[in-house]
Write a protein that binds this ligand. Structure first.
Ligand SMILES: Cc1cc2nc3c(=O)[nH]c(=O)nc-3n(C[C@H](O)[C@H](O)[C@H](O)COP(=O)(O)OP(=O)(O)OC[C@H]3O[C@@H](n4cnc5c(N)ncnc54)[C@H](O)[C@@H]3O)c2cc1C
Length: 355
């Protein structure tokens, strides 16, 4: 069986981002890399969106940038500017194509379908295979989206809707999210923050069709693509063994209160590339601990008082756009954290501090 210097288990967002970063910075000229990925072919399966608070390698896979967004609760709408840090959407199909085309040119990189095909003993392993399971009654972000196309101009493509809480809540937190890519095309998602047991009962297709017909008032459209997912809102393994570290969602790169992961993966890949020569000895890359603490308190409130969350989310956006975007993107200063905390209902958060 073949031996490799580095082995990436899982060629998804984190595995491919890391391989691309290592290849781009010529860290694989004298080293070999195996990527173990079971999927038969790479197809578009996700739309990764985020506020662009740092530079990344995938500007050419961005399908849309927005400088404005809105958030709604019943009878109230807030409009927010994000021109300094535009919100970007990446088409995963373009991302997979760009990376696999580049990696296939490097003779030191080989793809495999199963770990049994290679010798795992002597290589350094970057593992992105998630161990999260639904049995623990933990919080998840569940969602399904339809990309729809209308025959007439319908959407305002200059502004996206981050959260629309004008919908049924069912003892959980529920909102819709709309990304208008053009006047005639948008991704509309129904999103639930809750445990799986509740969500097993939900009919995403019906929710999407009702919302498109009744809230967006679109009667005729084509569904051109759909995506479905569940992001664990609890920490997974982020341990370091002698010859293995976890990366991506499995390696703690998901921001617990929001599910945002893409840019954290890019920062983790950069950190690993910068330290690859000394990978056995370095500290693992982590999202700042203060966010784990603040997010856990926030998620305690969310679990115990889902009915209060639409107003709490709405209030979060009463701070300056820079403050809230920095906070949600793990780039906030102490003063910015404080101004967010001060916007929250204090008694409720204090009660949930030690639960
Ligand atoms: C539909 C969807 C939309 C999302 N949208 C956003 C967003 O807008 N913004 C954001 O920041 N985050 C988003 N996320 C969260 C996060 O960015 C993604 O989940 C991201 O793909 C995580 O990267 P990853 O490499 O950790 O996991 P994945 O991309 O899932 O990669 C894991 C890989 O491991 C492979 N694998 C599975 N089992 C094995 C095995 N036994 N051996 C080897 N390989 C295996 C899988 O096939 C997969 O390719 C989204 C998640 C989903 C599911």
């Amino acid at each position: 069986m073949r031996e490799f210097d580095y082995i990436i288990i899982g060629g998804g967002c984190a595995g491919l981002s890391l391989a691309y970063e290592l290849d781009l910075y010529k860290k694989l000229e004298n080293k070999t890399l195996a990527i173990v990925e079971p999927r038969k072919s790479y197809e578009r399966d996700k739309t990764w969106s985020f506020w662009k608070v740092i530079d990344h390698n995938f500007e050419d896979c961005v399908i849309k940038n927005w400088k404005d967004f809105s958030i709604n609760i019943p009878k109230k709408t807030k409009f927010i500017k994000c021109d300094k840090t535009p919100y970007q959407s990446i088409n995963s199909g373009l991302f997979y194509k760009k990376i696999t085309n580049k990696l296939r040119l490097n003779k030191n990189i080989q793809f495999f379908k199963n770990v049994n095909e290679i010798n795992m003993e002597n290589g350094f392993i970057f593992n992105s295979v998630s161990t999260a399971n639904h049995s623990k009654n933990q919080l998840w972000q569940h969602f399904m989206g339809y990309e729809i196309e209308t025959s007439k101009n319908f959407f305002d493509q200059e502004i996206f809707n981050l959260m629309d809480f004008n919908c049924e809540q069912k003892d959980a937190v529920h909102f819709f999210y709309t990304l208008p890519f053009s006047k005639t095309k948008a991704l509309v998602e129904t999103t639930w923050l809750s445990n799986l047991n509740k969500n097993e009962l939900l009919n995403y297709e019906k929710q999407l069709k009702d919302y498109i017909a009744n809230n967006l008032n679109i009667k005729k459209y084509k569904i051109t693509y759909s995506e479905k997912g569940a992001i664990p809102l609890f920490q997974q393994k982020n341990i370091k063994r002698v010859n293995e570290i976890y990366i991506g969602s499995a390696g703690g790169m998901t921001r617990l209160s929001t599910g945002y992961t893409f840019l954290n993966i890019q920062e983790q890949s950069k950190y690993i590339r910068e330290n690859i020569e000394n990978i056995e000895n370095i500290e693992i890359f982590k999202i700042d601990k203060k966010y784990d603490f603040l997010d856990n308190v926030f998620l305690n409130v969310l679990s115990n008082h889902p009915d209060k969350m639409p107003n709490i989310f709405f209030k979060l956006f009463e701070t300056s756009p820079k403050t809230i975007i920095n906070f949600l993107s793990n780039k906030s200063s102490f003063i910015e954290d404080l101004s967010i905390i001060l916007k929250m209902p204090k008694l409720l958060f204090l009660k949930n501090l030690f639960r």
